[in-house]
Every structure is written in C-alpha cells, then in structure tokens.
Design a protein around this ligand. Structure first.
Ligand code: CIR
Length: 255
C-alpha cells in the first residue's frame, strides 16, 4: 500500500492586500493571488499530494504562507513562533490539525523561527539565521533534531527574508541557490545548482510527490537549466504571491 503524503495549505484572506511586503510593490491583487493559489492547489493534487486546506483568518494577512507556522522533524511537529509580530496568531489552527498526527513541540519566547528558515536534507537540518529566526529559536529546534539523530547546521542569511528564499531543496542532496543570498560554506555537503543571475530571487521550486518539480514561471531560464539537469519541471505562475515575498515552499507544509 502506498502512503500518500499530505500537503497542508491555507486559503488567501481578503486581508492579503495588507500582507507584509519588502519592496515597493503596488497594492496586492487578492483576486489574482487566489487564482494562482487555486492553480497551486491543483498542481499539488496532480503531483500526488492529498491536499488539506486550513481556512483563512482575516486577522492574519500573511496566513497563506503556512510553511512559516510549523516544521515537521521526524514524528514531531515543531510549532513555530513567527518572527513578525503580526504573524504570531497564525500558528493556532495549524497546530490544532497537526496534533492529530504528530507530537507537538512549541517554540517558546524569546525564541523565534519562521518555517521558511528550515529544511532537512541528507540527515541534516539546515536552519537560517535571519531577521525572523533568532539564536534562541535555533537552540530549541536543535534539541528536537538531535533527539532523532539529525545534525544541525545554521546558515547565515544575507540579503533576503528566509533561508529558503535563497536555498531550495530539490531532492535529498541537491539545492538551488541564489548566489550570495546566504553564506554558502555550511552547504558544503550538498550539490549546488545556481539560479540564473538575471532571475535573482524569482526562482522557487517545490518537489512534488510524483518526482516532478514545480518551478516558478517567473524564472524561465533557471527552469530550463533545471530541466537540462534532469528534473521534470512543471512551471507555475505565482507572481502575485511572490510580490508579497512568498515562494513555492512557503505555501504548504508537507506532512
Ligand atoms: C512575510 O513577510 O512574512 C510574508 N509576506 C512572506 C512570507 C514568505 N514565507 C516563506 O517564504 N516561507
């Protein structure tokens, strides 16, 4: 029997128009974001995931970026304490779903972690030191990782929001990296492919359950490089969600 993986996603609230944005992007278009999010949901289902949808919360403009609220580490769901104060209330409904399947560990103050700062590859948990994830948060997730025998490698994030804004796991051993986005020294054990220079921070990628790779349509040259490297690329337009600093990983938690 195949055990299907679940992808937890969260709907786009009307208040998405007020999501946190780092650039001078004009007003976010909620309707366009919803259409793109629907297409993301469809691709996850086509790609072999069972999709579970958490309803939006109008009090949480950024709640569609559900990845930031929890990190699955083996049989443990680490419920985060997001680094942006306006996002702290997002965790409750996600934790309520995860507690049915996982032991919960909650990041406590003064620790902060955004799930976008964490990925696991090759027996190692990589965690970003970023504007959103601090040393106290890293120490707490490190304890969970060590319990199940994972090594922990902190990575300093330079000029971007999260570790996964610049380093995207493509499989157990390969990452797609934005040159200069993070201190690359700690990534030494991984095979690195680089985002094309003229598409800086536009490429995002998410492995599907059927071994295809979802890649943002806003980075066609990087997508071409990935296809040439042997990945079965499926392009998707999430430009309106990217306008609020989101990528493909941040729209789901894979269980
Ligand atoms: C934020 O600034 O928190 C949101 N507007 C974007 C979060 C993106 N999350 C992610 O990449 N994991």
């Amino acid at each position: 029997m195949t055990i299907e993986s679940t992808a937890l996603i969260r709907s786009v609230p009307d208040s998405f128009a007020n999501a946190i944005i780092s650039s001078s992007t004009p007003r976010l278009d909620v309707a366009a974001a919803r259409l793109q999010h629907r297409s993301y949901q469809e691709q996850l289902a086509k790609g072999g995931y069972v999709v579970q949808v958490v309803p939006a919360d109008e009090n949480c403009p950024d709640c569609v970026f559900v990845e930031d609220t929890a990190v699955i580490v083996g049989g443990v769901a680490v419920v985060t304490r997001p680094g942006a104060p306006s996002r702290v209330a997002e965790v409750g409904p996600v934790a309520d779903i995860l507690r049915n399947r996982f032991r919960l560990v909650t990041i406590e103050a003064p620790g902060t972690i955004d799930g976008g700062d964490v990925f696991i590859a090759g027996g190692t948990l990589y965690v970003g030191r970023s504007r959103r994830t601090n040393a106290a948060g890293i120490a707490q997730i490190e304890e969970v990782a060590r319990e199940i025998g994972l090594g922990v490698v902190p990575v300093t994030v330079n000029d971007t929001l999260h570790l996964k804004s610049a380093v995207l796991p493509l499989d157990g051993e390969t990452v797609l990296v934005t040159p200069g986005g993070v201190d690359e020294g700690p990534l030494a054990g991984l095979r690195i492919l680089y985002e094309e220079a003229e598409e800086r921070y536009r490429a995002s990628a998410l492995p599907l359950s059927n071994d295809e790779l979802l890649v943002t349509a806003s980075a066609p040259r990087t997508a071409e490089m990935l296809a040439t490297s042997g990945y079965a690329v499926v392009p998707i337009d999430i430009s309106e969600l990217q306008a609020a600093d989101g990528g493909l990983t941040c729209l789901s938690i894979i269980l």
